[in-house]
Design a protein around this ligand. Sequence first.
Ligand code: LMG
Ligand code: NDP
Ligand code: PMR
Length: 401
Amino acid sequence: AACAAAAVSSSIAALTCERSASGSTSSVQASAFVGTKVSVCRDASALLRAVNAGSSRQALVAPVRAQSVAAPAETKTSSSSKKTDTKQTVIITGASSGLGLATAKVLADSGKWHVIMACRDFLKAERAAKSVGMPKDGYTVMHCDLSSLNSVRQFVENFRRSGRALDVLVCNAAVYLPTAKEPRYTADGFELSVGTNHLGHFLLANLLLEDIQHKQNDNERRVIIVGSITGNTNTVAGNVPPKANLGDLRGLAGGLDGVRSSVMIDGGDFDGAKAYKDSKVCNMLTMQEMHRRYHEKTGIVFASLYPGCIATTGLFREHYQLFRTLFPPFQKYITKGYVSEEESGKRLAQVVSDPSLNKSGVYWSWNNQSNSFENELSQEASDAEKARKLWDVSEKLLGLA
Ligand code: LMG
Ligand code: NDP
Ligand code: PMR
């Protein structure tokens, strides 16, 4: 069996354009980074905190929505004062588990970064940060639910009130709904995967660009949007059905609402796995379009990456149990694409802070020795015309244009 696995492994490897750390440099282990489920009612806890924090005015007058109530009150400022804090500031979305949490830990542990953990579940994020031992003065949890445009706007307001100068934004959060038979929707009525992974981040990044542009210091400023191999059809992984394809963006232009338009970007029938891969193509196109529009003008470095196959994260929480059991050994022994959460966190932290990874417009990947290299995107994921169209359509949908 081992021989057969090795044979399959090498033939997959031969076909693969992207490969990352080998099993020898990273081991399968029940990672301490996997966040635990919190069983309390989020809305209730948010309200309670709002009252406890003395923000009862906001809690009482605001419409009853978790995010608008929770956001100002759930902003926990760490003990270090922002005025005397000489650390650089990075916002990481979805820092409550997986890649985001592992990256937050590396950066906070370095002592050079203050991490704003932009998370939809405040308690979970707080517990996750504690459980991995992040230094208390190294992070602040702020509420941000990317599946609500209101929440994203509220988060930006809160961040601005914190008075911190933003150095780096990491768009990391994502949902993956491979087993959903019916589509689910964001608060604003967009199909949930593209609505969260692409549209929520598109709004966030566009709003925060203004903050990053202000040159308040000499630090290098970066915007990083996490991509993936599975959105790239120039790889084996990207050819596992269903394949990403944005088509002519007719579904997106129609609002992905399942009423006036299809819930899929290309206008097809709902497929949760395809919607995720499409959203990753959007993430990679957005990074390149931002690079074209803003890099020269502002000096901001825009980058995307494939961190490796982190087969143990919460991303697969909605997949069948059989898949979740077989996927890590499959990636570890057969494709050799597996990386631990810890290793993936080191990689993303490099893209945030390594002075040598300062080239803009790049999609980073890592080889077997865990050395970074500039990777090639698929034809669709590097299509400049599509990137421009995606930008225009997304701006219109979000009322930015
Ligand atoms: C779609 O299905 C769904 O339709 C969609 O809803 C969504 O979920 C989407 O991407 C998500 O998937 C795609 C389909 C694959 O997926 C499945 O049906 C589930 C398969 C799960 C695959 C992962 C685990 C694979 C397990 C292999 C064995 C592991 C062994 C453990 C390791 C031991 C190490 C010692 O769709 C396809 O593309 C179908 C293609 C399937 C054949 C491809 C074969 C490639 C070779 C890899 C496996 C070879 C195994 C031989 C090993 C020999 C050992 C004696
Ligand atoms: P996880 O599920 O562990 O992490 C995803 C994070 O996103 C969680 O913190 C989750 O919050 C958060 N999130 C989900 N929905 C929202 C929302 N509406 N608002 C705010 N936050 C939200 O998955 P990964 O760590 O694997 O994924 C991180 C990134 O890495 C994603 O962009 C993914 O596409 C990418 N990636 C992952 C790969 C892998 O193999 N795992 C491979 C390639 C790329 P909560 O904790 O509350 O659920
Ligand atoms: Mg895939 C050959 C290398 C390789 C790599 C690096 C990945 C990464 N995968 C590879 C191959 C294969 N996968 C093969 C040959 C198969 C058929 C058995 C296969 C199947 C498969 C499934 C069913 N793979 C998957 C799934 C998922 O549900 C995951 C997915 O597509 O999510 C969108 C997934 C992934 N494979 C990867 C990576 C990184 C994923 C996680 C998705 C992501 O974050 O983008």
